[in-house]
Design a protein around this ligand. Structure first.
Ligand code: ADP
Ligand code: MG
Length: 689
């Protein structure tokens, strides 16, 4: 067996099973081994019934008393049993597993591992996994991997298949040079792979993990360095003179720029008119007004005779930027031509857009990933801006920037905009040597968003609140974690929720739905209707999370808020509080854990920087046994915040190797060269930063 073999080469994997793995993105043996556990489950010694906690995960060894009963509650079938040991008895329940009634024999002793909650009729253990005492004894003290599962893929299947693969593979080449391993005390590669999937204990796990996190960062950094090819300052080949026309435009705006916006704009203007090419990150919390700053830069370049392009990560956002920009320019009677380019446009519309871009009829071009296609040829590209930078693949950013070279001129200026507060040292490692402008101030007319966290029981109140706001002329978002009832997971979904709201809200309130499975054209229509105020309440998944700007919306209700990460919730909340009206964010906690730490942080502060650092504290450096929240920068294992130390080491090691042997020609670097080529081929695309 080899790393790039298909899964069917593994013992026990047929075509059908391979399809199931494919749905989780696992096509090859290499993908499988790189499908790292997202956490580990510990198997504690069972405790007695009376010493169980009132709330939380627990393990107990006890005997089933009497025959288990089955009852129905709506669609649910609930199996109830009472278990007992020398110290006392406990109620246990399972949902939709009616067969347990027959398999759980009265009088038999089992180990039950599940969550205990304090209900109205005393403590209950819900949905425990059942083991025979002998089976369980074999697990005690061990760490069992927890994998992300998709439909059809079970934990057992994954564990077994990974084990088979590890057995079937020959020893893999160690591609890290011996010196790097020694300098940073890194585990051997084969050992690390085996241990991350099947750790004998925490110490070994930590050792293995460090090695693999290092690899992830190291390969990434090398790849980015090669893509960029140079870190040196480049001369400004598209130098312009500041245009007075743009100055007049600023004065004609319906609002005054904040001081932070002014400073940021001046820094950008100094770059555009200065001797070196711009490579700048604009960091500003949600709602700080980054778009207008980007527009000013685009206008300056247009006035100087250059094209500029603004790329957004979603079609909804690209269209919105296009509307905003076109509106501003029209109102101020500016002579610049704008152009939109997105994937959902018809072939004919695209052809016309390509033509206007190639002929320089279009000055300011706004779009999605569609902009990086070969067919897009610029006449005279001078500025490339990416909005919501963290949503783009590294390669996508680089391809767009390289479009300037195609027109046989100098490379364009690069501006990246992000709401993610990345510390400067990390930003330099990730984006190369760039300058940073921070917009650390919000427009003066803003009232801070008022927050509250409520239990699902008070949902009716939230509903009444929405009605009140709509009566005052405002609009609301309701976010649900799922699109429709999947049967797999409990939680609110867009379709059922919208139907439920329809019954509860008076008829004059219009409701719309938005989710990722809708066709782009349909999504655009809904978003436009919401922008125009024709839809009052928008029930949506997190597709509205990035960038969307409807200042009249003042309510954000997040259902099952406990399911989302802090950064994501902060982004969601950023959709409101964007206008002059008081806005309200209601986080509905769908779990029994009434003291959700993350929700408390959000409830306490609206400041993105504070939230990011609290997030870091909650996750805690070295907290590698807990489950991963999906973070900002999605490496498979590494976390740029909590693993910042390893990131620095990897960056140092990469720089040293590049200095010593840029082409990786030395014998000691042959393995690394092959590994890196594969990485750049297969992995880079998927990473977004
Ligand atoms: P973000 O930084 O999240 O991308 P936007 O650029 O979308 O924020 O701006 C949010 C809203 O604030 C927009 O409606 C925009 O027109 C408005 N805005 C921007 N700058 C100002 C300002 N200086 N004063 C008042 N409103 C502003
Ligand atoms: Mg924005």
């Amino acid at each position: 067996m080899r790393l790039n073999d298909e899964l069917t080469k593994i013992k026990g994997i047929g075509e059908k099973t391979a399809q199931v793995f494919l749905r989780a993105g696992i096509a090859s043996v290499e993908d499988l081994l790189g499908y790292f556990p997202r956490g580990y489950e510990e198997f504690a010694e069972p405790v007695s019934v009376t010493s169980l906690p009132d709330n939380g995960p627990a393990v107990v060894c006890a005997t089933v008393t009497g025959e288990p009963g089955v009852r129905r509650v709506g669609k649910l079938q609930i199996v109830d049993a009472v278990i007992r040991d020398e110290s006392g008895s406990l109620r246990v329940t399972w949902f939709n597993m009616p067969y347990l009634k027959n398999t759980l024999g009265a009088g038999k002793r089992y180990v039950f591992k599940g969550r205990v909650t304090a209900g109205r009729f005393g403590r209950v253990m819900e949905q425990p996994i059942i083991y025979t005492p002998e089976n369980y004894a074999a697990f005690v003290g061990k760490l069992q991997p927890i994998y992300s599962l998709t439909a059809g893929l079970t934990r057992n299947m994954l564990g077994k298949t990974v084990r088979e693969a590890l057995c079937g593979l020959p020893e893999l080449p160690e591609y890290l040079p011996g010196k790097v391993r020694k300098d940073y005390r890194l585990a051997e590669y084969n050992y690390a792979l085996r241990t991350i999937h099947f750790p004998p204990d925490k110490t070994e796990l930590a050792f293995a993990r460090k090695r693999l996190v290092f690899d992830e960062f190291f390969l990434f950094i090398l790849a980015v360095r090669y893509l960029r090819d140079t870190n040196e300052e480049q001369p400004n080949g598209c130098r312009i003179q500041a245009s007075a026309q743009v100055g007049k435009f600023v004065e004609s705006l319906p609002f005054a720029l904040t001081n932070a916006q002014k400073r940021c704009y001046e820094e950008i203007l100094a770059d555009l008119t200065g001797p070196s090419l711009m490579n700048r990150l604009v960091q500003g919390d949600v709602g700080s007004g980054k778009t207008i700053v980007a527009l000013l830069a685009l206008m300056q370049m247009a006035a100087g005779g250059w094209q500029g392009v603004l790329m957004a990560p979603t079609e909804v956002l690209a269209r919105q930027h296009y509307e905003t920009v076109t509106g501003f320019l029209r109102d101020a009677n500016m002579p610049f031509q704008t152009e939109l380019l997105t994937g959902s446009m018809t072939a004919k519309e695209k052809r016309l857009a390509y033509a206007r871009i190639a002929s320089h009829e279009a000055d300011i071009i706004i779009g999605t990933h569609a902009l990086i296609q070969d067919k897009v040829q610029f006449a005279r590209l001078g500025l490339v801006i990416t909005d919501e930078q963290h949503r783009f693949g590294v390669r996508q950013r680089e391809i767009l920037a390289s479009k300037g070279d195609e027109s046989r001129q100098t490379p364009p200026h690069v501006l990246v905009m992000s709401a993610t507060p990345i510390p400067r040292t990390l930003a330099i490692i990730l984006y190369g040597d760039l300058d940073i402008s921070v917009i650390d101030e919000k427009p003066a007319n803003r009232l801070p968003v008022k927050n509250c966290v409520i239990g699902a029981g008070r949902r009716k109140k939230a509903c009444e609140f929405i009605i009140g706001q709509v009566k005052e002329g405002r609009q609301a978002y309701v976010i649900c974690p799922m699109v429709e009832d999947s049967g797999m997971m409990e939680g609110e979904n867009v379709k059922d929720y919208a139907a439920k709201l329809r019954e509860e809200l008076p008829p004059f309130i219009t409701i719309g739905t938005l989710h990722g499975r809708m066709k782009p054209a349909e999504k655009n229509r809904v978003m436009e209707e919401f922008s125009r105020g024709q839809i009052h309440v928008l029930v949506s998944t997190t597709v509205v999370e990035v960038g969307v700007d409807v200042p009249n919306a003042t309510v954000m209700v997040v259902e099952n808020a406990e399911r989302f990460g802090l950064a994501q919730l902060h982004q969601l909340r950023g959709r409101i509080g964007r206008g002059e009206h008081q806005s309200y964010c209601i986080f509905i906690n769908g779990s029994d854990d009434s003291k959700n730490k993350r929700l408390e942080v959000l409830n306490r502060t609206n400041d993105g920087f504070v939230i990011a650092s609290e997030d870091l504290k909650l996750r805690g450096p070295g907290d590698i046994f807990g489950l991963r929240q999906s973070g900002m920068m999605d490496f498979a294992l590494g976390d740029i915040y909590t693993d910042a130390g390893i990131l620095k080491q990897a960056s140092e090691a990469a720089d040293r190797i590049l200095k010593e042997d840029y082409g990786l020609e030395q014998e000691a670097h042959a393995s690394l060269k092959r590994k890196l080529a594969r990485y750049m081929d297969q992995k880079l695309e998927k990473l977004s930063l």
